[in-house]
Design a protein around this ligand. Structure first.
Ligand code: PLP
Length: 253
């Protein structure tokens, strides 16, 4: 990575952090209650290194194999890795080994596999249930009506620490609509609390809508392009070679 490219990342990191601190102050929120998760999918390890040098410590990845390769290159850095992508059944063991946080848990079977596969020596895996607040428009996540039952089932499992909820609303230019979507998830989190679950986290908000999410109580902002610039396109894998899992086929944004 050129010095210019690293400097551009440092400048974007500083600008986004300043914007978040300012927005938190306006909302009367302590900026320490807001975690900036730098979404580094498709970005090279050098870009993560540049963002780390600029002060970021928490990084979010969507594809297990890609993440594990970059983690090997960045093993000298004390990074907290969050998994935020769609979870394939056959990837749960790798995810439980390579990450300490999972934002995109959307079914009990996957939670049960994590509970079996997570090495107790690593401490519990922090998980969030992904909520589908946009109905038919998006397939990822559980329906709001199903969240309480799933959360209660997950809360009983060993090696898992259910911390909260995550959502990716359908993109919209209407901040009122987005605010309603985020509010639905916050109210679900509050419902879980009333049901006795010690949940607190709300992973919501990306480059285009984080300020709306923050105003609705987000604790984890998942921001990619505003920090790293536009994502490089994934180069197609050669025919016949490589990953039959379909990993990389699904992304968001
Ligand atoms: C890619 C991605 C993001 C970041 O998107 P930007 O628009 O680049 O900020 C956040 N969350 C998830 C789940 C993603 O896949």
């Amino acid at each position: 990575m050129s010095e210019d490219a690293a400097a551009a990342i440092a400048a974007r990191v500083a600008a986004v952090r300043a914007q978040i601190a300012e927005a938190a102050a306006r909302l009367g929120r302590d900026p320490a209650t807001v975690t900036l998760v730098a979404v580094s999918k498709t970005q090279p390890a050098a870009a993560i290194r540049a963002a780390f040098a600029a002060g970021l410590r928490v990084f979010g990845e969507n594809y297990v194999q890609e993440a594990v390769a970059k983690q090997a290159e960045l093993a000298d850095l004390p990074i907290e890795w969050h998994f935020i992508g769609p979870i394939q059944r056959n990837k749960t063991r790798a995810i439980a080994a390579a990450f300490d946080w999972v934002h995109s848990l959307d079914r009990l079977e996957v939670a049960q596999r994590f509970a079996e596969q997570r090495d107790p020596a690593r401490g519990p895996l922090n998980v969030m249930v992904q909520v589908n607040v946009s109905g038919e428009a998006s397939k990822a996540g559980v329906a709001p009506e199903a969240v309480v039952a799933l959360a209660k089932a997950i809360a009983h499992l060993p090696q898992l620490n259910l911390v909260g909820l995550m959502t990716i609303p359908e993109p919209s230019a209407d901040p009122e609509l987005l605010a309603r979507r985020f509010r639905t998830v916050r109210e679900l989190r509050d419902t879980l609390q009333r049901e006795g679950l010690p949940v607190w986290a709300l992973s919501m908000g990306m480059s285009s809508d984080w300020s709306v999410a923050l105003a609705e109580g987000a604790t984890h902002l998942r921001i990619g392009s505003a920090l790293f610039g536009p994502r490089p396109r994934k180069t197609p894998r050669p025919k016949g070679g490589g990953d039959a899992s379909g990993e990389g086929a699904k992304t968001c944004g």
